[in-house]
Design a protein around this ligand. Structure first.
Ligand code: SF4
Length: 260
Protein backbone atom coordinates (compact mmCIF):
# COMPACT_ATOMS: atom_id res chain seq x y z
CA UNK A 1 0.00 0.00 0.00
CA UNK A 2 1.35 3.45 -0.90
CA UNK A 3 2.20 5.86 1.95
CA UNK A 4 -0.33 8.45 0.79
CA UNK A 5 -3.13 5.86 0.67
CA UNK A 6 -2.20 4.55 4.13
CA UNK A 7 -2.29 8.10 5.54
CA UNK A 8 -5.70 8.75 3.96
CA UNK A 9 -7.04 5.55 5.50
CA UNK A 10 -5.61 6.45 8.91
CA UNK A 11 -7.15 9.95 8.69
CA UNK A 12 -10.52 8.42 7.71
CA UNK A 13 -10.32 6.01 10.64
CA UNK A 14 -9.41 8.81 13.07
CA UNK A 15 -12.32 10.97 11.96
CA UNK A 16 -14.75 8.00 12.21
CA UNK A 17 -13.50 7.41 15.77
CA UNK A 18 -13.92 11.13 16.54
CA UNK A 19 -17.52 11.00 15.30
CA UNK A 20 -18.25 7.96 17.42
CA UNK A 21 -16.67 9.54 20.50
CA UNK A 22 -18.44 12.86 19.87
CA UNK A 23 -21.82 11.11 19.69
CA UNK A 24 -21.12 9.16 22.87
CA UNK A 25 -20.14 12.34 24.74
CA UNK A 26 -23.20 14.19 23.41
CA UNK A 27 -25.58 11.41 24.52
CA UNK A 28 -23.93 11.26 27.96
CA UNK A 29 -24.25 15.04 28.47
CA UNK A 30 -27.92 14.84 27.39
CA UNK A 31 -28.63 12.01 29.83
CA UNK A 32 -26.75 13.70 32.68
CA UNK A 33 -28.77 16.88 32.21
CA UNK A 34 -32.07 14.95 32.08
CA UNK A 35 -31.04 13.14 35.29
CA UNK A 36 -30.29 16.48 36.94
CA UNK A 37 -33.83 17.64 35.99
CA UNK A 38 -35.20 14.53 37.74
CA UNK A 39 -32.98 15.06 40.76
CA UNK A 40 -34.09 18.68 41.23
CA UNK A 41 -37.67 18.66 39.85
CA UNK A 42 -38.56 22.00 41.46
CA UNK A 43 -35.32 23.85 41.01
CA UNK A 44 -34.07 24.37 37.49
CA UNK A 45 -31.11 26.46 38.66
CA UNK A 46 -29.79 23.69 40.93
CA UNK A 47 -30.34 21.15 38.14
CA UNK A 48 -28.31 23.26 35.73
CA UNK A 49 -25.58 23.93 38.26
CA UNK A 50 -25.22 20.14 38.67
CA UNK A 51 -25.17 19.62 34.90
CA UNK A 52 -22.62 22.37 34.22
CA UNK A 53 -20.47 21.27 37.15
CA UNK A 54 -20.26 17.78 35.60
CA UNK A 55 -19.42 19.27 32.22
CA UNK A 56 -16.65 21.46 33.67
CA UNK A 57 -15.15 18.52 35.55
CA UNK A 58 -15.09 16.49 32.32
CA UNK A 59 -13.48 19.33 30.36
CA UNK A 60 -10.86 19.81 33.08
CA UNK A 61 -10.11 16.10 32.94
CA UNK A 62 -9.65 16.30 29.18
CA UNK A 63 -7.27 19.22 29.73
CA UNK A 64 -5.29 17.26 32.31
CA UNK A 65 -4.84 14.43 29.85
CA UNK A 66 -3.59 16.60 26.99
CA UNK A 67 -0.05 15.44 26.20
CA UNK A 68 2.06 18.09 27.95
CA UNK A 69 4.46 18.61 25.08
CA UNK A 70 1.55 19.35 22.72
CA UNK A 71 0.20 22.28 24.80
CA UNK A 72 1.89 25.69 24.91
CA UNK A 73 -0.57 27.22 27.44
CA UNK A 74 0.91 28.14 30.83
CA UNK A 75 -0.31 30.14 33.86
CA UNK A 76 0.25 33.86 33.33
CA UNK A 77 -0.03 33.63 29.53
CA UNK A 78 -3.17 35.49 28.48
CA UNK A 79 -2.90 36.16 24.73
CA UNK A 80 -6.18 34.34 24.09
CA UNK A 81 -8.07 36.52 26.61
CA UNK A 82 -8.33 39.33 24.05
CA UNK A 83 -10.82 37.52 21.85
CA UNK A 84 -14.60 37.77 21.77
CA UNK A 85 -16.01 35.10 24.10
CA UNK A 86 -19.27 33.29 23.30
CA UNK A 87 -21.17 31.63 26.15
CA UNK A 88 -24.34 29.68 26.73
CA UNK A 89 -26.95 31.80 28.56
CA UNK A 90 -26.58 29.72 31.71
CA UNK A 91 -22.82 30.33 31.79
CA UNK A 92 -23.64 34.03 31.97
CA UNK A 93 -25.82 33.51 35.05
CA UNK A 94 -23.16 31.35 36.74
CA UNK A 95 -20.58 34.10 36.20
CA UNK A 96 -22.93 36.88 37.33
CA UNK A 97 -23.88 34.96 40.46
CA UNK A 98 -20.21 34.52 41.36
CA UNK A 99 -19.36 38.20 40.85
CA UNK A 100 -22.44 39.48 42.69
CA UNK A 101 -21.76 37.27 45.70
CA UNK A 102 -18.01 37.79 45.99
CA UNK A 103 -17.11 41.30 44.76
CA UNK A 104 -17.47 44.61 46.60
CA UNK A 105 -19.70 47.35 45.19
CA UNK A 106 -16.61 49.30 44.12
CA UNK A 107 -15.18 46.25 42.32
CA UNK A 108 -18.52 45.57 40.63
CA UNK A 109 -18.70 49.17 39.42
CA UNK A 110 -15.25 48.78 37.85
CA UNK A 111 -16.17 45.47 36.20
CA UNK A 112 -19.44 46.90 34.86
CA UNK A 113 -17.62 49.92 33.48
CA UNK A 114 -15.15 47.70 31.57
CA UNK A 115 -17.93 45.37 30.37
CA UNK A 116 -19.89 48.37 29.13
CA UNK A 117 -16.90 49.71 27.16
CA UNK A 118 -16.27 46.37 25.43
CA UNK A 119 -19.92 45.70 24.74
CA UNK A 120 -20.08 48.86 22.62
CA UNK A 121 -17.60 47.34 20.13
CA UNK A 122 -19.01 45.59 17.04
CA UNK A 123 -20.15 41.98 17.56
CA UNK A 124 -17.41 40.81 15.27
CA UNK A 125 -14.57 38.60 16.53
CA UNK A 126 -12.04 39.91 14.02
CA UNK A 127 -12.82 43.59 14.63
CA UNK A 128 -12.50 43.05 18.37
CA UNK A 129 -9.26 41.16 18.18
CA UNK A 130 -7.73 43.98 16.17
CA UNK A 131 -8.66 46.44 18.92
CA UNK A 132 -7.07 44.32 21.66
CA UNK A 133 -10.32 44.22 23.61
CA UNK A 134 -8.97 42.60 26.78
CA UNK A 135 -11.50 40.50 28.67
CA UNK A 136 -12.68 42.55 31.67
CA UNK A 137 -12.35 39.42 33.82
CA UNK A 138 -8.62 39.22 33.22
CA UNK A 139 -6.78 40.58 36.27
CA UNK A 140 -2.96 40.73 36.37
CA UNK A 141 -2.80 38.37 33.40
CA UNK A 142 -4.92 35.75 35.18
CA UNK A 143 -8.54 34.81 34.80
CA UNK A 144 -10.34 36.15 37.90
CA UNK A 145 -13.23 33.67 37.43
CA UNK A 146 -11.05 30.68 36.61
CA UNK A 147 -13.23 27.97 38.22
CA UNK A 148 -16.30 29.26 36.41
CA UNK A 149 -14.74 30.34 33.15
CA UNK A 150 -16.87 29.47 30.09
CA UNK A 151 -16.39 26.29 28.08
CA UNK A 152 -14.72 28.12 25.18
CA UNK A 153 -11.99 29.29 27.56
CA UNK A 154 -11.72 25.82 29.15
CA UNK A 155 -11.32 24.00 25.87
CA UNK A 156 -8.92 26.32 24.00
CA UNK A 157 -5.36 24.94 23.94
CA UNK A 158 -2.71 26.40 21.73
CA UNK A 159 0.25 24.42 20.45
CA UNK A 160 2.37 27.52 19.90
CA UNK A 161 2.82 30.44 22.30
CA UNK A 162 4.71 32.35 19.59
CA UNK A 163 1.78 32.13 17.16
CA UNK A 164 -0.67 33.32 19.87
CA UNK A 165 1.51 36.35 20.61
CA UNK A 166 2.05 37.04 16.93
CA UNK A 167 -1.72 36.88 16.27
CA UNK A 168 -2.39 39.23 19.17
CA UNK A 169 0.20 41.75 18.01
CA UNK A 170 -0.96 41.76 14.41
CA UNK A 171 -4.69 41.49 15.16
CA UNK A 172 -5.14 38.06 13.56
CA UNK A 173 -3.37 35.14 11.98
CA UNK A 174 -3.11 31.40 12.23
CA UNK A 175 -2.91 29.83 15.67
CA UNK A 176 -2.84 26.06 15.98
CA UNK A 177 -5.35 24.88 18.57
CA UNK A 178 -5.81 21.31 19.80
CA UNK A 179 -8.89 19.93 18.10
CA UNK A 180 -10.04 17.26 20.56
CA UNK A 181 -10.84 19.43 23.61
CA UNK A 182 -12.92 21.76 21.42
CA UNK A 183 -14.68 18.87 19.72
CA UNK A 184 -15.59 17.27 23.06
CA UNK A 185 -16.69 20.61 24.50
CA UNK A 186 -19.01 21.24 21.53
CA UNK A 187 -20.46 17.73 21.77
CA UNK A 188 -21.18 18.23 25.49
CA UNK A 189 -22.83 21.58 24.85
CA UNK A 190 -25.07 20.12 22.13
CA UNK A 191 -26.08 17.35 24.58
CA UNK A 192 -26.92 19.87 27.32
CA UNK A 193 -28.69 22.20 24.88
CA UNK A 194 -30.74 19.28 23.51
CA UNK A 195 -32.04 18.56 27.02
CA UNK A 196 -32.75 22.26 27.63
CA UNK A 197 -34.72 22.51 24.36
CA UNK A 198 -36.48 19.15 24.37
CA UNK A 199 -37.36 18.94 28.05
CA UNK A 200 -37.75 22.57 29.13
CA UNK A 201 -38.14 24.70 25.98
CA UNK A 202 -35.34 27.06 27.04
CA UNK A 203 -33.39 29.45 24.86
CA UNK A 204 -29.98 28.03 23.92
CA UNK A 205 -28.54 30.63 21.53
CA UNK A 206 -24.88 31.41 22.33
CA UNK A 207 -24.29 35.03 23.34
CA UNK A 208 -21.35 37.41 23.53
CA UNK A 209 -20.08 37.40 27.11
CA UNK A 210 -19.42 41.07 27.97
CA UNK A 211 -22.76 42.60 26.91
CA UNK A 212 -24.77 39.70 28.31
CA UNK A 213 -22.89 39.65 31.61
CA UNK A 214 -23.54 43.36 32.04
CA UNK A 215 -27.29 42.75 31.67
CA UNK A 216 -27.20 39.88 34.18
CA UNK A 217 -25.19 41.93 36.70
CA UNK A 218 -27.51 44.91 36.45
CA UNK A 219 -30.73 42.91 36.78
CA UNK A 220 -29.97 39.36 37.79
CA UNK A 221 -33.39 38.23 39.00
CA UNK A 222 -35.49 39.51 36.14
CA UNK A 223 -33.08 38.33 33.42
CA UNK A 224 -32.89 34.87 35.02
CA UNK A 225 -36.69 34.68 35.40
CA UNK A 226 -37.11 35.76 31.79
CA UNK A 227 -34.73 33.01 30.59
CA UNK A 228 -36.32 30.34 32.80
CA UNK A 229 -39.67 31.26 31.22
CA UNK A 230 -38.30 30.61 27.73
CA UNK A 231 -37.38 34.26 27.04
CA UNK A 232 -34.25 35.70 25.53
CA UNK A 233 -32.79 38.35 27.89
CA UNK A 234 -29.51 38.57 25.94
CA UNK A 235 -31.02 38.80 22.44
CA UNK A 236 -29.00 41.92 21.57
CA UNK A 237 -25.77 39.97 22.06
CA UNK A 238 -26.46 36.90 19.95
CA UNK A 239 -23.95 36.31 17.19
CA UNK A 240 -25.27 34.54 14.12
CA UNK A 241 -24.56 34.88 10.44
CA UNK A 242 -27.59 36.09 8.43
CA UNK A 243 -29.38 33.14 6.88
CA UNK A 244 -27.63 30.48 8.96
CA UNK A 245 -29.78 28.23 11.20
CA UNK A 246 -30.21 29.09 14.86
CA UNK A 247 -28.50 26.96 17.50
CA UNK A 248 -31.97 25.74 18.55
CA UNK A 249 -32.66 24.53 14.99
CA UNK A 250 -29.30 22.76 14.79
CA UNK A 251 -29.73 21.17 18.21
CA UNK A 252 -33.26 20.00 17.38
CA UNK A 253 -31.99 18.52 14.12
CA UNK A 254 -29.25 16.57 15.92
CA UNK A 255 -31.66 15.45 18.67
CA UNK A 256 -34.12 14.13 16.04
CA UNK A 257 -31.34 12.32 14.16
CA UNK A 258 -30.06 10.64 17.34
CA UNK A 259 -33.56 9.89 18.62
CA UNK A 260 -33.12 11.92 21.85
S1 SF4 B 1 -13.27 34.52 31.12
FE1 SF4 B 1 -11.19 34.21 31.94
S2 SF4 B 1 -10.22 32.71 30.55
FE2 SF4 B 1 -12.05 33.54 29.50
S3 SF4 B 1 -11.29 35.27 28.26
FE3 SF4 B 1 -11.96 36.12 30.24
S4 SF4 B 1 -10.12 36.15 31.54
FE4 SF4 B 1 -9.69 34.78 29.79
Amino acid sequence: MGEAKRRRQMAGLASAMDLELGEKVLRQAYQNTCQAFDLYPNDMVDALIASYRGRNASLDLVAKNNPEDSVACRAGCSACCHQMVLCSPFEIFILAQLLLSTRSNVDLEGIEHRLSEISRLPLNPHARYGRHATCPLLVNDRCSVYDRRPAVCRALYSNSKASCEQALTSGGGDVGFLVHPQMLSSAMQVGIDSALRQKRGLNVEPVEMCGSLLIALQDFNSSLTDWLNGGDPFADFQVRRTGSPTNAQQVEHVAARLGL
